[in-house]
Design a protein around this ligand. Sequence first.
Ligand code: ATP
Ligand code: MG
Length: 169
Amino acid sequence: MRGLYIGRFQPYHLGHQVVLQKIAQEVDEIVVGIGSAQESHTQENPFTAGERVTMIAGALKDLEATCYVIPLEDVARNAVWVSHVRAMIPSFEVVYSNNPLVVRLFTEAGVAVKRPPMYKREIYSGTRIREMMLSGANWEGLVPEPVAAAIKEIDGVDRLRTVGKDDGG
Ligand code: ATP
Ligand code: MG
């Protein structure tokens, strides 16, 4: 059985990792869909799809299940989004998500959806980690080690700070 897990992963953190470790015990193969793949170099979405693939691939080496990491660009029409996702990834029987729109669209398409419980959401949140990066707080412990290494290699914190500045004009 194959399961699908979708997120923007800006960045991928230990909350995602805990969820995927549990999913790996339920399915043989996991497709990790990187949402809003076309976005990068903004405060909300600092990292490119390719950078996110690198981060996630390093973290998934620990998992038992076979994983595919596949970027998914947004489409302007929610009504065709499930077809778009299906066209881009291997077939799957179950989707794991808590995002209300994602849950709604897959349910309407007749796909089984499971809602994994949040793991320490007040600590492990992409928004919070980006805020910590901006303020100079110690964020490295909130992500798997390969993710922290990948972000350092691309000077990701400096990018995040730069894209938040205006031109002073
Ligand atoms: P952001 O704050 O940028 O939205 P995020 O932490 O919510 O980041 P996403 O990439 O948006 O991360 O989330 C992907 C999926 O992971 C979503 O379904 C989200 O609900 C889930 N998720 C986020 N944080 C946790 C967590 N701490 N435990 C379990 N699941 C989580
Ligand atoms: Mg989110």
